[in-house]
Design a protein around this ligand. Structure first.
Ligand SMILES: Cc1ncc(COP(=O)(O)O)c(C=O)c1O
Length: 399
């Protein structure tokens, strides 16, 4: 019997750690185990390794090494940026602007700050998930201290006009933070040209290890610390450094940004063929997100008369790893806040599927999904009383 095929199309959830990255990390779990705060030579080796990684991250973002701080993940970077700016600039104002489609690392942090006396504006998005720069400009008041808007959305892949939004914040002398967790390796970043004051990233989204991230903080930004303790990260973020993780992040960002164009071309070609095939083969399907301004590997589609969780289980049974927009919280299926913000009706948002392609995928994977997915959707629809009642069949909705 042959081995069961595994098709991984969930690169926005996480990626594997590349071999070159693992190779760079291993010595820092073994012979180079010194604490960088100590003064003997193996400790110095650890300190040097962190310096190299800091320079690698800085180069990828167009920043200076002194503007890069290592954290434990993208969520910590988001928390630090938002709470740190809020608490350090409270005297100036208590107003923060974000969007309705942010990751929960941003949304829940903003909700926490509302309980602490801050006022938060959640900007709407259009049907593609795009923020209107004019809406941002209108929302800024003399109490606004921070604008935090994601660079690209993790569910629908929509890419926001970051440089333009950053320019508006800069003009009003308001700090601008962007969650770029889904972007590194997929789109070029230049924090200076894009008017970015703070930027979050996370290694496990670009073929680095889990449990390590970074926050870019432009020189001169007034920000409080989040984690108090020892004097690590130039007294800004306490805790003995995750040296192997930091080394891995540095090597991963170097590799991920070496040929963004080439990487995109390959992934986008596979993604486009898969999307076209799905739309041709499966009726009553709607593409979520922007048709062009979207991450190269992202597909997010809603299928009418389908329940997303069941679709995922059936796909898993066939060896396909994917995601849905609904999350099972406390026993009830919560529709995606991102899809709802784009105006998608609750019933349709329940039948959404996210496929995110990346380095592990091949043309054979695309063929496999194009063979399996239509059968899964059609079997689920056969079982759906709503589908039977609707009398719908055939047809094709390409948006
Ligand atoms: C847009 C975005 N922000 C933040 C995070 C959180 O990153 P981490 O898992 O490293 O905490 C994620 C993870 O999925 C994400 O997609």
């Amino acid at each position: 019997m042959g081995e069961k095929r595994l098709v991984y199309m969930d690169h926005s959830a996480t990626t594997y750690t590349r071999k070159e990255v693992l190779d760079a990390m291993i010595p820092y779990h073994a012979e180079n185990f010194g604490n960088p705060s100590s003064i003997y030579s193996i400790a110095r080796a650890s300190k040097n390794a962190i310096d190299i990684a800091r320079a690698q991250v800085a180069k990828a973002l167009g920043a200076d090494p002194e503007e890069i701080y290592f954290t434990s993940c993208g969520s910590e970077s988001d928390n630090w940026a938002i709470k740190g700016i809020a608490f350090a600039n409270r005297k100036k104002g208590n107003h923060i602007i974000t969007t309705k489609i942010e990751h929960h690392a941003v949304l829940h942090t903003c909700e926490y700050l509302e309980k602490e006396g801050f006022a938060v504006t959640y900007l709407p998005v259009d049907k593609y998930g795009l923020v209107d720069p004019a809406e941002l400009e209108k929302a800024i008041t003399d109490k606004t201290i921070l604008v935090t808007i994601m660079y690209a959305n993790n569910e629908i892949g929509t890419i926001e006009p970051i440089a333009e939004l950053g320019a508006i914040a800069r003009r009003h002398k308001v700090y601008f933070h962007t969650d770029a967790v889904q972007v590194i390796g997929n789109l070029p970043v230049d924090v200076r040209a894009q008017n970015i004051d703070l930027l979050s990233l996370s290694a496990h989204k670009f073929y680095g290890p889990k449990g390590v991230g970074a926050l870019y903080i432009r020189k001169g930004v007034r920000i409080d610390n989040l984690i108090h303790g020892g004097g690590q990260e130039r007294r800004r973020r306490a805790g003995t450094e995750n040296i192997a993780g930091i080394v891995g992040l540095g090597r991963a960002i170097e590799l991920a940004t070496a040929d963004i164009e080439g990487h995109n071309r390959r992934i986008r070609a596979m993604r486009d063929r898969l999307l076209k095939g799905i739309m041709e083969k499966i009726p009553h399907a709607y593409l979520n997100g922007h048709p062009e301004k979207r991450l190269p590997g992202n597909i997010n589609i809603s299928f009418e008369f389908i329940e997303g969780e069941s679709m995922l289980l059936w796909l898993d049974d066939e060896g396909i790893c994917a995601s849905t927009g609904s999350a099972c919280t406390s026993g009830s299926l919560e529709p995606s806040h991102v899809l709802l913000a784009t105006g998608l009706p609750v019933e349709i948002s329940h039948g959404s599927l996210r496929l995110t392609l990346g380095n592990v995928n091949t043309e054979a994977d695309v063929d496999f999904v194009l063979d399996v997915l239509p059968k899964v959707v059609s079997r689920l629809r056969e079982m759906s009383p709503l589908y039977q009642k609707s009398g719908k069949e055939g047809g094709c909705n390409v948006q």
